[in-house]
Design a protein around this ligand. Structure first.
Ligand SMILES: Nc1ncnc2c1ncn2[C@@H]1O[C@H](COP(=O)(O)OP(=O)(O)OP(=O)(O)O)[C@@H](O)[C@H]1O
Ligand SMILES: [Mg+2]
Length: 140
């Protein structure tokens, strides 16, 4: 049997509300196999974005928190990784296209600079000139 690339078990996410904690993702489990596509479908407010943000360690703090469960990517527990390690993984092994471009993209930052930032952050090239060339190549 092929082993999972991403394995989520009993993921539970809570948000703080005026009337106390509210569970917005409840014991979600799934396995994503290498080379396969997995879609989460559900009505608005069912917790798809909260699930994705949890896996990226990008839940809005301190309002939302992971209250239980685990998620392993390539055998690494991505819910418990320190931020420094997570920064190496985000945008390289796991990425997210955010739902609201008007709020998730900085309108004064050009597409080129977005790409160059990601390329240099992951140390794939040496120097800004090479990163710029790589960005242009990707756009081509
Ligand atoms: N900032 C917030 N404060 C309080 N509750 C929130 C907040 N953001 C999301 N929620 C709640 O978390 C739950 C899950 O929301 P989520 O955004 O994950 O849904 P979704 O499945 O992505 O919906 P959509 O299809 O509309 O994108 C909802 O009940 C929502 O009200
Ligand atoms: Mg959403």
């Amino acid at each position: 049997m092929t082993s999972s690339l991403l394995s989520v078990k009993d993921l539970t996410v809570q948000v703080a509300t005026l009337t106390g904690p509210k569970v917005v993702v409840e014991r979600l489990s799934f396995d994503l196999l290498p080379g396969r596509t997995l879609c989460l479908a559900g009505e608005s407010g069912s917790g798809k974005s909260m699930t994705a943000l949890s896996l990226m360690q990008l839940l809005p703090k301190p309002m939302a928190r992971i209250a239980g469960g685990s998620a392993t990517l390539d055998g690494e527990d991505i819910l418990a990784l320190p931020e420094a390690r997570m920064r190496r993984i985000r945008g390289r092994k796991i990425g997210m296209i955010f739902q609201e471009p008007m709020t998730s993209l900085n309108p004064v930052m050009t597409v080129g600079n977005q790409l160059i930032g990601a390329i240099t952050a992951h140390g794939n090239t040496s120097g800004r000139r090479a990163a710029r060339a790589r960005a242009a190549e990707l756009l081509d």
